[in-house]
Design a protein around this ligand. Structure first.
Ligand code: SF4
Length: 423
């Protein structure tokens, strides 16, 4: 979502006559788009601002702005924390960016803009996208779920959906620019609704656009993923067999404490149903370890769930307390050491499961959307993704180009990557 927002900001600035430069030394304006979901992300931003301070001392006219959730959360405090920062602009205030920059350039600096409208969708703004084959479109902004550990609803506001026609128009433009894959984005895309159009109807309409060869979406909340959507994924070749569904914990007690509004049993039945309806989709999840009060047994329940459901990928994180959330009021009582041990154990288990699942694909044929040369290997290799979102590498033949859809036969796997030969 933040990468998309950066493209949105680039679009706003391009329309206002600004030009992006590749080299930071050449920039008159440096904008840092930030994330507040974990403390670690914020610390990295502060380090980055420190390094820009040196640049600013060399050319004091450089304007350094902080955008995004950290700007919304800290506002004027950010300016006190670093003399390098010229202004802070929250996620609903990007339309004001050209005005803020003009004020700075004319010597009347505006330092902190946070707008709490809960209505902004930027639906009329066309992002300036990085080149590639895959383009993101935000179909909604904000979140109503208030998971106890999460700062997002406080910083990005309540859920609001973009008009269907705007999303379809943007998809047509993206396809005309040469993008092949569309990723529909939202904090919880399954609760998209505009008039009588819900998410399953929207994704179907996006898939009907000529040139949109693959459609993905991120991310879903387990309480809202419907059988209707699963049937649409199963019956529509353009919609990828790829579901990202955050479980966060395998313990009912922790799920309740997290205010996730589903049980472990509900989650297991959802994944079982997804596999019954779709076949063998790529299923990915997020897990937090070390949430306050997570006992050894709670963690064992998570391990058990991962063993039972055998995901294709798990993104594991250590719990990070965020001020302003419900969980922040609880004692962060799991030691760093225990959090780290649980994280290592979970990652090791998932690595083994992913390897076993991928090994079953040896000998199979997979359709790949070619993304580009594989930078890690010698020249002559391309990388792409399966519709289940697995990375696949194959030897390059002259007739293959970036953006092509090709079939490869898998003959080897290593960890998370598939290797194959062009058919
Ligand atoms: S669904 Fe929960 S974790 Fe996801 S953005 Fe909303 S509040 Fe945060």
């Amino acid at each position: 979502m933040n990468k998309y927002d950066s493209e949105l900001v680039a679009g706003i600035l391009k329309s206002a006559g600004y030009e992006a430069v590749d080299d930071i030394e050449m920039a008159d304006i440096v904008l840092i788009n930030t994330c507040s979901v974990r403390e670690h992300a914020e610390r990295r931003v502060l380090d980055k601002i420190d390094s820009y301070y040196t640049a600013k001392r060399k050319s004091p006219h450089t304007i350094i702005g902080v955008l995004g959730c950290m700007a919304e959360r800290l506002g004027p405090k950010l300016l006190e924390m670093s003399p390098a920062v010229s202004f802070a602009l929250g996620p609903d205030a990007y339309r004001n960016l050209p005005n803020v920059l003009e004020l700075h350039r004319s010597g009347r600096p505006h330092t902190d803009i946070r707008i709490d409208t809960n209505t902004e969708t930027y639906t009329d703004i066309y992002p300036s996208r990085c080149k590639g084959i895959s383009a993101w479109i935000a179909i909604m902004r904000g979140c109503n779920n208030f998971c106890s550990y999460c700062i997002v609803p406080y910083l990005r506001g309540r859920e609001r959906s973009r008009p269907v026609d705007d999303i379809l128009d943007e998809t047509r433009k993206i396809v005309n620019e040469g993008f092949k894959e569309i990723v529909l984005l939202g904090q919880n895309v399954n609760s998209y609704r505009y008039g009588d159009v819900d998410f399953p109807r929207l994704i179907e309409r996006v898939s009907q656009i000529d040139g949109a060869e693959r459609i993905r979406f991120a991310t879903s909340h387990p309480k809202d993923l419907s059988p209707d959507l699963l049937r649409i994924i199963a019956g529509n070749e353009k919609i990828c067999s790829h579901i990202h569904l955050a479980v966060q914990s395998g313990s009912n007690a922790i799920l309740k404490a997290m205010n996730r509004n589903y049980t472990r049993e509900h989650f297991i039945s959802l994944i079982t149903r997804a596999r019954e309806i779709i076949g063998d989709p790529g299923i990915y999840t997020d897990i937090i370890v070390g949430y306050p009060g997570e006992s050894e047994q709670d963690f064992e329940d998570t391990i058990d769930l991962v063993e039972q459901l055998r995901f294709d990928g798990v993104f594991c994180f250590k719990y990070s307390p965020r001020e302003g959330t419900k969980a922040y009021e609880l004692k962060d009582d799991i030691s760093e050491e225990d959090k780290a041990t649980r994280l290592i154990r979970l990652n090791a288990l998932q690595k083994q499961i992913a390897f076993e699942r991928n090994s079953k694909l040896i000998g199979s044929m997979q359709r790949i959307l070619v993304e580009g040369p594989d930078k890690k290997r010698k020249a002559g290799h391309f990388m792409g993704r399966t519709d289940t979102n697995k990375i696949a590498i194959f030897r390059h033949k002259n007739q293959v180009s970036v953006g092509d859809m090709v079939d490869i036969r898998i003959n080897e796997v290593s960890g998370m990557t598939l290797f194959g030969e062009l058919i």
